[in-house]
Design a protein around this ligand. Structure first.
Ligand SMILES: O=C(O)CCC(=O)C(=O)O
Ligand SMILES: [Fe+2]
Length: 321
């Protein structure tokens, strides 16, 4: 039986320091760890509310994002990433996603990276840009650490492992033009899974993000203004011995308003080896993937060989037992 898209929603998880649920080892904490693990296994995503992130900060970040998109095209194009072009400025040139435009800032938790980006975009300076983005990155770093710990505790591994894997933060700032007429839906960003550990997504008022359920139904998300969407990426799926679900997602545009969003991606270090901890392999869950290096996987996904394989099968083709 199909799901009723109106009735179906992804889990909503609230992180509230005031409720002591964030005190590790308490009953509240353990319940929250279970909720996070189950959401990642069953849906590959959840809507999260983190009260520490003020709504004004969100408004400010989208205000500087609008200023960024207001810059002339020749300035925008200075945001180049020679090794990974998709992590620099992407103009609306891609025939697959002609409405999509994005900037990328690697290692965005580091103030100097933000400053280098700012120097390119605003040669006369724009400290407010750096300060605003940096404040958001600090809070999301805290949240990443918290959720990483919850996933470890959710599998009873918290005593054994310090973290899932070492990551850097990639910030991607996105804008979607719209050419939707009379309420029809047009593609903003093609369906994909994220080739990272996990992602936080945040949008500004205009919705459009959709996720695919395990039984193939596309669900339109309407996150509340204070929430973020947490997305399980390919590498968290691999680390968890495929117990977690790397959710397929896309952006569909309706209406006449452009959409702004940003994504904060936990990107493993190029040399990281991805391997499920032995505790996650047992009779019921035989080992699915061989150990592999993150950079080799990423290179594979860009290779000619991969272009002939459905992207859902990339991980299995590359590292399947
Ligand atoms: O704009 C969004 O909400 C989604 C962006 C996304 O999925 C991505 O950049 O990987
Ligand atoms: Fe994505």
């Amino acid at each position: 039986m199909g799901l009723n898209p109106q009735a179906f929603q992804i889990p909503v998880i609230k992180f509230s320091k005031g409720l002591k649920e964030l005190d590790r080892g308490t009953e509240g904490w353990n319940n929250l760890c279970d909720k996070v693990r189950e959401a990642c296994e069953n849906y590959g995503c959840f809507q999260l509310m983190f009260e520490e992130i003020p709504i004004q900060l969100k408004a400010e970040i989208f205000s500087v994002i609008r200023q960024l998109y207001g810059l002339p095209s020749d300035i925008k194009q200075k945001n180049v990433n020679p090794t990974r072009p998709g992590r620099g400025y992407v103009g609306r040139k891609n025939p697959v996603s002609p409405l999509f435009e994005s900037f990328g800032i690697e290692n965005a938790s580091n103030y100097d990276s933000l400053k280098s980006f700012m120097d390119l975009m605003w040669p006369n300076g724009h400290d407010h840009f750096c300060q605003t983005v940096s404040s958001m990155m600090k809070l999301l770093d805290e949240l990443s650490h918290l959720i990483g710990t919850m996933i470890l505790d959710g599998y009873g591994l918290g005593e054994k492992l310090e973290s899932i894997m070492e990551c850097e933060t990639l910030l991607r700032i996105m804008r979607y033009e719209t050419n939707s007429t009379s309420g029809e839906s047009v593609k903003g960003l093609a369906a994909h899974t994220d080739k990272v550990l996990f992602t936080f997504l945040c949008e500004d008022q205009v919705s459009g993000l959709e996720v695919e359920t395990k039984n193939g139904q596309w669900i339109k998300l309407s996150p509340s203004p204070t929430s973020f969407i947490f997305i399980v990426g390919d590498l968290l799926k691999a680390w968890s011995n495929c117990r977690m679900h790397a959710v397929n997602h896309r952006v569909m545009m309706t209406g006449d308003k452009e959409r702004y969003s940003f994504g904060v991606f936990a990107v493993p270090m190029d040399a990281s080896n991805i391997k499920a901890p032995k505790e996650l392999v047992d009779e019921e869950h035989p080992q699915v993937l061989k150990e592999f290096r993150y950079k080799d996987y990423l290179d594979f996904t860009y290779s000619e060989m991969a272009s002939s394989i459905d992207y859902h099968m990339h991980m299995l083709s590359f590292a399947g037992m």
